[in-house]
Design a protein around this ligand. Structure first.
Ligand SMILES: [Zn+2]
Length: 346
């Protein structure tokens, strides 16, 4: 946070987080390839009430489309259970532990901005990737992770998800966690950003990722450029969406090559000993760095922790509907062409 008001708000947020308490369910995973179902160790606080959805007329006026409110029900609510994946690499980095997060009240992670949730043990690492899905680079990151039988958290940009839904589906199918990163990567802490605009960026992004996946994303969110707007933070808390900053920023977006990314990450990690690492599957050099970086993590004795959520994200129906209309998808009740158009004379 940059100023006194920000610090005050952070204090309030921190107090709220501490007061709510009990976000974690955690247990060691016995296998590198088949994380066990995690067991509850603390009771979950009661869910906060959901905010009132935006009236359809407002959504329609922003998106210049008509909203009927009926199509969102056609979108599935959760991913089907994934089959257990077999790891062909006996020396794989693997997944040491899976933690399940109760996102009630919107807890924050990553010590750069949120210092309440110190859940990682020494040598434990969470891999996170932002700004995808993107052709070439995201599949390359997925391959590197698969070769090491390990898992990560992806924060997808809504627009990119609508451009390349098939790639985002591959991310989810591989067992990675898919969170969101706004619709268009807007700075939610900008002076020009009204509360309504920030809400639209967040919710449209959420609905876009849901649309691309064909299932609800995980209620994990990362602010573009790590710009934590206080109003947007309060909104995410009310929506029970966990916020992710970072412990270790790879600064991969400005790296000249893969080696620079590997050196930055390993130097910071060896100093801190653990942490949530921020990278970008959107970046070519990051994709190039992954095979070696994962091997370096293994050689350094680091262990991968996968973060999941206790429940899927609840998207807002009006935004789901608006997005589907915006994508010019056919109405759910569309009849087969053969029942509409028939040859009667040749
Ligand atoms: Zn980003």
């Amino acid at each position: 946070m940059r100023n006194a008001l920000g610090l005050m708000l952070m204090s309030v947020v921190a107090a709220t987080l501490i007061a709510a308490g009990g976000w974690f369910w955690t247990s060691p995973s016995r296998s590198a390839t088949a994380p066990q179902t995690v067991a509850a160790v603390r009771a979950a606080p009661a869910p906060a009430p959901a905010p009132a959805p935006i009236p359809a007329k407002q959504a329609a006026s922003r998106d210049p489309i008509e909203v009927t409110g009926s199509i969102a029900e056609k979108m599935p609510q959760a991913l089907a259970p994934q089959p257990k994946q077999v790891c062909a690499n006996p020396n794989a980095l693997g997944v040491a532990r899976v933690v399940e997060v109760d996102t009630t009240g919107g807890p924050g992670f990553g010590f750069e901005h949120f210092k309440q949730m110190d859940f990682l043990n020494d040598k434990e690492v969470v891999l996170t990737f932002d700004d995808g899905p993107w052709p070439g680079n995201t599949p390359a990151v997925l391959k590197a992770l698969a070769d090491e039988c390990t898992k990560a958290v992806f924060f997808s940009i809504g627009k990119h998800a609508t451009y390349h839904p098939e790639i985002l589906k591959q991310v989810a199918a591989a067992g990675h966690t898919v969170g969101t990163h706004t619709w268009s990567h807007a700075n939610l802490n900008s002076k020009k950003m009204t509360e309504q605009m920030a809400k639209d960026e967040i919710e449209k992004g959420n609905s876009a990722v849901k649309f691309a996946l064909g299932a609800a994303p995980t209620p994990f969110f990362r602010f573009p450029e790590l710009q934590h707007g206080p109003a947007a933070m309060a909104y995410l808390e009310s929506r029970n969406i966990a916020m992710f900053s970072t412990d270790l920023d790879s600064f991969d977006f400005r790296a000249k090559n893969a080696d620079q990314i590997i050196n930055t990450v390993m130097t910071k990690l060896d100093k801190r000993g653990k942490g949530i690492i921020l990278m970008h599957d959107f970046q070519k050099h990051t994709a190039e760095a992954m095979p070696t970086l994962l091997q370096r993590l293994k050689a350094g004795g680091y262990k991968i922790v996968l973060m999941k959520a206790k429940a899927p994200m609840q998207t807002v129906a009006e935004y789901d509907d608006a997005l589907i209309k915006d994508m010019k998808l056919p109405a759910a009740s569309a009849r087969p062409v053969g029942s509409v158009v028939q040859t009667v004379s040749q």
